[in-house]
Design a protein around this ligand. Structure first.
Ligand code: ADP
Ligand code: GLC
Length: 470
């Protein structure tokens, strides 16, 4: 079974968030299950493309409205990612040092057209086309309805919603950028008088998945305007919990952390990373260390941080270390706090993959007060590194963390307000002081299996249901 994943991100090629981690891991696991998982994504101007050399496997010219754009499909000559990788090179549009910008309609539309043009001329067409998020949301529509892609009509498409907040809306004025299709199908593109690629994907894909079961249920009542659609298409929708790549995220073999460790020597291993972090960021290693890693956006609760951290640092004997970037006001507020609490708080504003690994290893607690969390990978990484998660009870967080008071291993709150989160931090601080239970808990969480094995299997079953004769 050949599955082609189409995505804007894929680790280690280009990563903005968890989408990259998923698309960089799932095909590897599919390959180990006997299927063939491949990835096609844009060719960006970044460190990965600078370091690798590429073979051209296809050259063509695509139509974007009245424009003709030359494109190439490239594949790395060297290195083994664990899956075949194909990069769409459209120099005028995609070769940028960023993945996303404010004005991405043309970029990702051209990407989707190039990907389909290439699939169309392939001798071995895929058995499944698996699209991820709105940047690839028009592909199921084009495969089913664009005259040019009529030959792809019978290939099942699966669409995964990683985050329904972002839908890729654009105006009907740009409709001519799409390859021609019968005018009677225009309704499939529309949602609230806009072209909405996420809505189109939900309407047209053969199956729709979300990255956790709870998120699928939540979308039925809160989906940034798409609730009605999710409900009406619910018979083809299913939530499959993401896994994590346990080869990349493994404290026993992680070259990015200060000292490798397993369950038996986790106390020493975590202490080494915590000492390193505290030294680097001027914090006291004796206090419990709470870390946050992520995008500084409302979805992650970042607008609450200034007041929350101020309250927590004033009232509790703890340290907080943050790694993230995003909203400029939040970034400024978080920098101001470093001056107010120089010995118990610090922040690295930016993106740093290596530092994130050290923080998963060296933190005592991971803070994740997300308002929206379709799955969340951070809490699963932190579990694997023995760092206890403190989370809001929603989406994938609800599906992966059980509260300590219910015989579990983390701290959950249902009231995601400053007061609610502060109470969780307070409970966690008290728990830290009960050293033996705290240490036992981190050994327990390191052994929870969140590898892709089971979820990859669920995807395979889903694909098989669409191609019974294979
Ligand atoms: P989302 O995709 O919504 O941002 P996830 O929890 O699914 O959230 O995944 C976030 C991924 O991005 C994790 O791998 C996390 O470690 C990483 N990450 C987020 N922000 C940063 C940062 N500033 N530096 C390094 N890694 C980061
Ligand atoms: C999105 C979601 C996040 C999820 C990730 C990978 O970015 O916000 O919750 O873990 O996709 O599926």
């Amino acid at each position: 079974m050949k599955i082609i994943h189409i995505s804007a991100e894929c680790y280690p090629v280009a990563k903005v968030g968890g989408l990259a981690d998923v698309v960089g891991a799932l095909p590897k696991y599919q390959n180990s299950e006997g299927a063939t998982g491949q990835v096609i994504m844009p060719f960006y101007k970044n460190n990965f493309t600078k370091e690798y050399t590429f073979d051209t496997v296809h050259e063509g010219s695509l139509k974007l409205g009245a424009d003709s754009l030359n494109f190439k499909i490239l594949t790395p000559e060297n290195g083994d990612l664990g899956f075949d990788l194909y990069l769409v090179d459209i120099p005028e549009l995609l070769f940028t040092n960023y993945v996303y910008s404010e004005n991405d309609t043309d970029r990702f539309l051209a990407f989707q057209i190039a990907a389909l043009d290439w699939i169309l001329q392939n001798k071995h067409v895929p058995d499944i086309v698996h699209c991820h998020d709105h940047h690839t949301g028009l592909i199921p529509f084009m495969m089913s309805h664009a005259k040019k892609y009529i030959k792809l009509k019978n290939i099942p498409s699966v669409f995964t919603i990683h985050n329904a907040q972002y839908q890729g809306w654009f105006s009907h004025d740009k409709i001519n950028l799409l390859p021609s299709f019968p005018a009677s199908h225009v309704g499939l593109l529309d949602w609230d008088n806009c072209i909405n690629p996420l809505a189109t994907a939900i309407k047209c894909a053969w199956r729709v998945t979300t990255v956790s079961p709870s998120y699928m249920e939540e979308l039925k009542v809160k989906a940034n305007g798409l609730e009605g659609l999710i409900n009406s298409e619910s018979q083809k929708c299913i939530g499959i919990l993401n896994g994590i790549d346990i080869k990349v995220w493994n404290p026993e073999s992680d070259d990015l952390i200060v000292k490798k460790y397993g369950v038996t020597d986790c106390d020493a291993g975590k202490k080494a990373s915590k000492d390193w972090l505290c030294k680097k960021f001027g914090l006291n290693p004796k206090k419990p260390l709470f870390v946050f890693i992520g995008r500084l956006v409302e979805e992650k609760g970042a607008d609450l941080f200034y007041e929350l951290f101020d309250l927590a640092l004033k009232n509790l004997d703890i340290s907080i270390l943050l790694l993230g970037s995003g909203n400029k006001t939040v970034e400024e507020q978080l920098t101001i706090l470093t001056r107010k609490y120089p010995k118990s708080y610090n922040a690295y504003i930016g993106y740093d993959e290596a530092l994130s690994h050290k923080m998963y290893a060296g933190g005592d607690y991971l803070l994740m007060p997300s308002r929206v969390e379709p799955c969340g990978l951070n809490q699963m990484y932190s579990l694997r590194y023995g760092t206890i998660p403190i989370v809001n009870k929603i989406g994938g967080l609800k599906d992966t963390v059980i509260d300590i008071s219910k015989g579990g291993f983390g701290f959950l709150h249902t009231e995601n307000t400053i007061k609610g989160i502060f109470n969780s931090i307070k409970r966690a601080t008290q728990f830290y002081n009960d050293s033996s239970e705290f240490k036992d808990t981190r050994k327990t969480i390191m052994q929870i299996d969140h590898s892709w094995d089971e979820s990859a299997q669920q995807y395979v079953s889903l694909y098989k249901s669409l191609i019974p004769n294979l």
